[in-house]
Design a protein around this ligand. Structure first.
Ligand SMILES: Cc1ncc(COP(=O)(O)O)c(C=O)c1O
Length: 394
């Protein structure tokens, strides 16, 4: 329902795409259509709408103009035909997998995916869908995991919290030969750093709660890709009712307008911060794809336009030293999210993997000394000075 813009520049499209030029009451910003349903003048109008002769909204669970504007804007940024929003990133992940898979079929997923995604890929077995986890970058394991019943390869890139980068060119080639669909959770990259659809990926998923929203004030998820796949998922969304609310869609529209500026800044600050901690004697190991020490630096150089705003690192010493360091930080908030304008710090062993035994955490690389730092848009010098004072104290 929006007029597509003739302009191609990413920043221009982030501002204007998905929105009508002439909005309700001549307002400049896109209004929030806070309504549960939409009105028809008579039954003929409803029949015309159902026959596809009339563009109209019907009921809030099926679509809403504010949500639709956000979806169009996101599709433009991601370079996809269609996008859909969901009430959270996990709602997008679970809805897409449930919509696309049926009993007896099989999904292969990378074991370094977001923990709840990994849990869902196991939970889905109770509906008769089979699943196999493979380590990131292990092509032999991937080859061995594929079965005649495999339909989907699900990966995240870069991953959380080790920032592994998947070689999308190779993954898509692998998948096409075997007629598999490739789904990428691109939350950490955002369309500014990578557009997976350009590599032939079938669907790109986001926790829009993170960088796309960018202000730590909304929960949403998205999926974007070709219209046939996306429309089938939309039919499924209509049934299960996982529709985002118009307020969050409005906030997402606002966030998307500054995505390019924020990511540019976060890429730059995170690289400086990663270089700083790598040189620091009290830091044992750094995980950042922009550093030559990262196992996927080569792929990152080839396929990412920026290395992202999250830096993970291990403090030299033990849990107590790491806790002391985290508690001594003054600028970042201690909170379980990432991607917003406020810097956030997380301690995966305590926050996301608290329920695993030390041995199980060790097996998946979640050491007690691991810290995940999501860089906001504060001044770079002050973020580094804050790290310096916190490290000096441990
Ligand atoms: C990579 C990734 N995907 C999906 C999710 C889930 O998103 P949400 O919290 O919006 O449900 C997260 C949350 O941290 C994430 O980091």
């Amino acid at each position: 329902m929006s007029e597509e813009q003739p302009f191609k520049g990413e920043s221009t499209r982030a501002i204007h795409d998905g929105e009508e030029r002439d909005k309700f009451a001549r307002s400049l910003t896109n209004p929030i259509a806070q309504t549960a349903t939409f009105v028809f003048t008579d039954l003929d109008e409803f029949a015309d709408y159902k026959a596809g002769k009339l563009k109209h909204y019907e009921y809030g669970r099926y679509g809403n103009p504010t949500v639709h504007a956000a979806e169009r804007k996101l599709a433009a940024l991601e370079g996809g035909e269609e996008a859909l929003l969901f009430p959270s990133g996990m709602s997008a992940v679970t809805s897409v997998l449930l919509a696309m898979l049926r009993q007896g079929q099989h999904v292969v997923f990378m074991e370094d995916c977001y923990r709840r995604t990994v849990q869902f890929c196991k939970l889905i077995q109770k509906f008769g869908v089979e699943s196999t986890a493979v380590p990131p970058g292990d092509w032999k394991a991937l080859e061995a995991a594929v079965r005649p019943s495999t339909r989907i390869l699900f990966a995240e890139s870069p991953t959380n919290p080790h920032l592994r980068v998947v070689d999308l060119e190779r993954l898509v080639l692998f998948a096409k030969k075997r007629r598999l669909k490739v789904l990428i959770d691109s939350t950490f990259a955002t369309p500014v750093n990578q557009r997976p659809l350009e590599y032939g990926v079938d669907l790109v998923i986001h926790s829009a709660t993170k960088y796309l929203g960018g202000h730590n004030d909304l929960l949403a998820g998205s999926v974007c890709g070709g219209k046939d796949l996306v429309w089938a998922i939309k039919d499924f969304r209509n049934i299960i009712g996982s529709m985002v609310d118009p307020q969050s869609a409005y906030l997402l529209i606002r966030g998307l307008k500054t995505l390019g500026l924020r990511i540019e800044r976060q890429n730059k600050t995170a690289l400086s911060l990663a270089r700083y901690v790598e040189e620091h004697p009290k830091i044992e190991k750094v995980y950042y794809p922009g550093l030559p020490s990262h196992p996927d630096h080569g792929v990152a150089l080839r396929q990412l336009r920026g290395f992202g705003g999250v830096v993970s690192f291990e403090v030299a010493g033990d849990l107590e030293r790491t806790r002391a360091f985290v508690h001594a930080l003054r600028l970042p908030y201690l909170a379980p999210s990432l991607g917003g304008v406020e810097s956030l710090v997380s301690h995966p062993a305590t926050i996301s993997y608290y329920d695993l035994s030390a041995e199980d955490r060790q097996a998946i690389g979640i050491k007690d000394q691991l810290v995940r730092y999501s860089v906001g848009i504060e001044d770079e010098g002050e973020l580094i000075a804050d790290l310096e004072q916190a490290l000096a104290g441990v």
